[in-house]
Structure formats: structure tokens, C-alpha cells
Design a protein around this ligand. Structure first.
Ligand code: XMP
Length: 513
């Protein structure tokens, strides 16, 4: 790629992909690399700037991630964030110590000393903090540019060497003027032009796929979700009927979802695709029997997906490539970027060690969700498909706490369908980023028509979020919740209670597994 590149060096923090998002939002291409990437490899990519991320460690511990001091001497601008800031201070001879009081959440910050990186930020601003250690002495040549009640050096910089650091997280939206930090770093310090454009992406990728696949055949794992649909249309534009799209109904889809996928991608739909619909629900239920641990479920479902594809590939014969709609957050959240693994997205972490295809093609691997949507619109995919709310690959398998049975799938499908119907009726669908019903696996006593019941509780989840990395629980009007509750309890067998999940992310996740 001959575009200007910023590297985000990942030290394991949970907000790392948000940093990459902020950079790309400013039309600067950026990639996330693990801190284990050797310096010469990193420099060979010719980055115009490097951002060191946060991370869960303490620089004073012997096994904590470090980086070659040469990084700070290469003449490339560096911005250190949280752990990255502490690492910069520590590596260059400053002091980092456990803070007397840890700071978590929104924190008042005072900006001082004519900082380059904080130019335009109010003298009294609010930043999102999450740290136990702090910089107690900045290295020689650095000046302090920000402080908090607890943290004497919440910002430091050495303008001459183009080294900058902030203890807080400007990438998180709770940091009210966070964007200014990135804007200053990218455009003032790194002199970026902002030449990353999504429209170029589709054309370049179609060309690259054509060259790679040649006359070979590819099989696309199509789920009907945004990512795999965009991947399928992109592939089909590149290689036409050399592509076969396989839609696996694992029996863990939402109510009526299989039919709607058939309608769009099947022979009656607008696309001229080789489309195969595989009903594999028995295979999946069998493999999931008695399994309760969510990570294990994810791995099983991921592996079974691949096995089904392999079987289909054998039927087609001589298929070299498997296409998946993996996107960048899947790659990073699966721990490949060395962030702490939260869960294995089935597209990546759930892959078995052995996959019987010559190669896996993931055309959207470097894109964030909103970027995928932009590509989708550019390719002429209908808006209702492009803006569908996300549905995880492992499907209802991870929205059922505990073991998965056909009966439980039915319960959660019915409850979810009612929930979706009522949210749409209330006109709330566009205001909520993602909402769904989950089965808690908790049974409790109730009374219905004078008789005792001992039935399941359904949990309703609804979140608002712009990036799906952090999220707030949506505030659904009480009367809407009551109506949904009444309908679910009355219409869905074996449910006698409904809960609403008020947890934000963090500390929760969006899915309830
Ligand atoms: P969490 O639960 O991690 O979810 O806060 C963040 C977003 O990712 C979706 N998600 C997945 N998407 N395969 C996917 O394609 C998966 O395995 C998967 N797991 C979670 C989730 O629905 C939410 O939008």
C-alpha cells in the first residue's frame, strides 16, 4: 500500500482498535501491530507516525511488554497513550510508580505549558482515565503539558524529538476533546495529508482478488449479515461465477432469518450468484449437546462451520479459496493483535488448526464496521441489508446461557421476534444500535392462571453505541418494555419472567453469553 501509514503499536489495551478508528476517521490509513513486532520490521513499513497504546501491565514488572529504545530515536513522531505514555517515560529515563490513588473514568484535566499535541484543548477538560501507575518524573528534555488532582504528568512532550504522551485515553468518546489530540498528532506533527478513501478500497480489492484467484474457484461463507454479504458481493464482482456462496443454517438463527437470506441471495434475489443453502441444524445441535462454556461453544460452532464448508467444497470440487467476512475488530478482539482475548469471534479465533483450503481470503480484514458499510453502499447493496444490526456468527448459540437445546432455541427465537416487532412498532429501531433477547437459563417460580409455574427468564438487551467497543444500555420507555414483557410471558411457552439488562460495556459485553 503506497498510502501514508500510521502504526498503532498494541500493548494489549482494550481500546486499541478505537485508536485505529479515530485515525482512519481522519482519512489516514493505519494498521495495528503487536508490540512484539521487531523495530526493523516496523520501520520497513515507513510509517509517518506511531501510536503506543494502553495496556494492562505495569512497566516496573519484569515481564511487562517493552519496546526497543531505538523507536524513540528513529525520527518518527510517537504518541504514547496510557501504558504507552508510561513506557515512553520509563524507557527514556523518567520514573513510573504506582499512583497513590488509581484513576478510573471521567477525570478533570488541567492543560498547561503551550502543548503542541493539546493545542486547542480547553484549559480545563475531561479525559477518560484508567490507570494504577503514573509518571512521577518525566525524562530529560520533556515538559509536562497536563495534570490531574492525582497525576502530576497527565501529559508530557518533547517537541524537538516529536515525542508526545498523554496518560488519559483520547480515543474514548468520554474524553470530550479527544479528537483534537489525534488531529494535532496526525496533521500538525506527522504532516499527514489524509489520503485514505474508502471508494478506492473496493476497486483496488476487486483487482487484487482477480489477480490472486486467477481461474481458481472460491467458496464464500455467507451468513446474510452485513460483513459476509459485502464480502460476497465484492468477490462476485471480482470473479463472477467462479464463486459459490454457501449459507449454513446452523439452527441458531433468528426467527425467519433463513428465509430472508434466501430471498436476497437465492435465485429470486437481485444477484447472479451460485448460492447453496445447507440445513445443518442437526449437526450443530449434536456437537453442542451438554456444552455450557461460552468460549467452547464458539469454538465448536466455528469448527463445525468450517467442516460444513469443506463438505460443500468437496461437492463442488477443486475449490482453492475460502472467503470469510472477517472484519478488523474480529481480528483484534480475537487476540491476534496481542490485546487480552475477550472472546474468540468465530471468523478468526474459532478456526480449527487445520483447514482444508489452499487459502482463506478475508477481503474486509482491515476494515471497521462503518467502513464495511460504506463499501457496501458503494457496491450498490440495498440499504436495509447494509444497515442491519450485527448478529454474531455463533448466533443464538451464545445467546442461550448454559447448554443449547432445540427447545431453548425455539424459546429465544420467539421472544426475540416479539421484541423486534415491538421495538419496530414503537419506532425505536433506528435509535438502538443492537437489541436482542437472550435466554438466561435461570428458572424460577411464577404463577399463571392460579397455577404454579417453574420456567425460564428471558433477558432483553439493547445498547446504543457508535463503535461496538463501548456501549450504553438503551433507555427504552417503560411502557414499551412492559408491553414486550406481557407479550413474551403470554405468548412464549416456558417463560414466566423478563429482565432488562442495564449494564454498559464495559464492564459488560454487548452479547449476553
Ligand atoms: P461484544 O459482545 O463483544 O460484541 O461486546 C461486540 C459486537 O460484536 C458482535 N459479535 C460478533 N460478531 N462474530 C461476529 O461476526 C462473533 O463471533 C461475534 N461475537 C460478538 C456482537 O453482536 C456485537 O455487535
Amino acid at each position: 500500500m503506497d498510502k501514508e501509514l500510521v502504526i498503532v503499536l498494541d500493548f494489549g489495551g482494550q481500546y486499541n482498535q478505537l485508536i485505529a478508528r479515530r485515525v482512519r476517521d481522519m482519512n489516514v490509513y493505519c494498521e495495528v501491530l503487536s508490540y512484539t513486532t521487531p523495530l526493523d520490521e516496523l520501520l520497513a513499513k515507513k510509517p509517518v507516525g506511531i501510536i503506543l497504546t494502553g495496556g494492562p501491565n505495569s512497566v516496573n514488572l519484569p515481564d511487562s511488554p517493552q519496546y526497543d529504545k531505538g523507536l524513540f530515536e528513529a525520527g518518527i513522531p510517537v504518541l504514547g497513550i496510557c501504558y504507552g505514555a508510561q513506557l515512553m517515560a520509563w524507557t527514556l529515563g523518567g520514573n513510573v510508580e504506582p499512583a497513590k490513588v488509581s484513576e478510573y473514568g471521567k477525570t478533570d484535566i488541567t492543560v498547561s505549558n503551550g502543548s503542541t499535541i493539546l493545542e486547542g484543548v480547553s484549559e480545563h477538560t475531561v479525559g477518560w482515565m484508567s490507570h494504577r501507575d503514573y509518571i512521577s518524573a518525566v525524562p530529560e528534555g520533556f515538559k509536562i503539558t497536563a495534570s490531574t488532582a492525582v497525576c502530576p504528568a497527565a501529559g508530557m512532550e518533547n517537541d524537538e524529538k516529536k515525542l508526545y504522551a498523554v496518560q488519559y485515553h483520547p480515543e474514548v468518546t468520554h474524553s470530550v476533546e479527544g479528537d483534537k489530540v489525534f488531529k494535532n498528532f496526525l496533521f500538525k506533527v506527522c504532516a499527514c495529508k489524509g489520503d485514505w478513501k474508502m471508494d478506492d478500497f473496493a476497486e483496488t480489492t476487486i483487482q487484487a482478488i482477480r489477480e490472486k484467484v486467477g481461474t481458481g474457484k472460491a467458496l464464500c461463507a455467507l451468513s446474510g449479515g452485513v460483513d459476509s454479504s459485502v464480502a460476497a458481493v465484492l468477490m462476485s464482482k471480482a470473479i463472477g461465477k467462479q464463486l459459490t456462496c454457501v449459507f449454513v443454517d446452523h439452527g441458531l438463527l433468528r426467527k425467519d432469518e433463513a428465509e430472508s437470506v434466501d430471498k436476497v441471495f437465492g435465485p429470486e434475489g437481485p444477484y447472479d450468484l451460485n448460492f447453496v443453502h445447507v440445513d445443518a441444524h442437526e449437526r450443530f445441535y449434536e456437537k453442542l449437546k451438554g456444552v455450557t462454556e461460552p468460549e467452547q461453544k464458539r469454538k465448536i460452532i466455528g469448527e463445525e462451520f468450517i467442516r460444513v464448508f469443506e463438505d460443500e467444497a468437496k461437492k463442488i470440487g477443486a475449490v482453492d479459496y475460502l472467503v470469510q467476512g472477517t472484519i478488523y475488530p474480529d481480528v483484534i478482539e480475537s487476540g491476534l493483535g496481542k490485546s487480552a482475548t475477550i472472546k474468540s469471534h468465530h471468523n478468526v479465533g474459532g478456526l480449527p488448526d487445520y483447514v482444508d483450503f489452499k487459502e482463506i481470503i478475508e477481503p474486509l480484514r482491515m476494515l471497521f464496521k462503518d467502513e464495511v458499510r460504506r463499501v457496501g453502499l458503494h457496491l450498490g447493496i440495498p440499504e436495509e441489508l447494509v444497515f442491519r444490526q450485527p448478529f454474531p456468527g455463533p448466533g443464538l448459540g451464545i445467546r442461550i446461557i448454559g447448554d443449547v437445546t432445540e427447545e431453548k432455541v425455539k424459546i429465544v427465537q420467539e421472544a426475540d421476534a416479539i421484541y423486534r416487532e415491538e421495538i419496530a412498532k414503537a419506532g425505536l429501531a433506528r435509535d438502538i444500535s443492537q437489541y436482542f433477547a437472550a435466554l438466561t437459563n435461570m428458572r424460577s417460580v411464577g404463577v399463571m392462571g392460579d397455577a404454579r409455574t417453574y420456567d425460564y427468564a428471558i433477558a432483553l438487551r439493547a445498547v446504543t453505541t457508535s463503535d461496538f467497543m463501548t456501549a450504553d444500555s438503551a433507555q427504552i420507555p417503560w411502557e414499551v418494555l412492559q408491553k414486550i414483557t406481557n407479550r413474551i410471558v403470554n405468548e412464549v411457552d416456558h417463560v414466566n419472567r423478563v429482565f432488562y439488562d442495564c449494564t454498559s460495556k464495559p464492564p459488560g459485553t454487548i452479547e449476553l453469553e
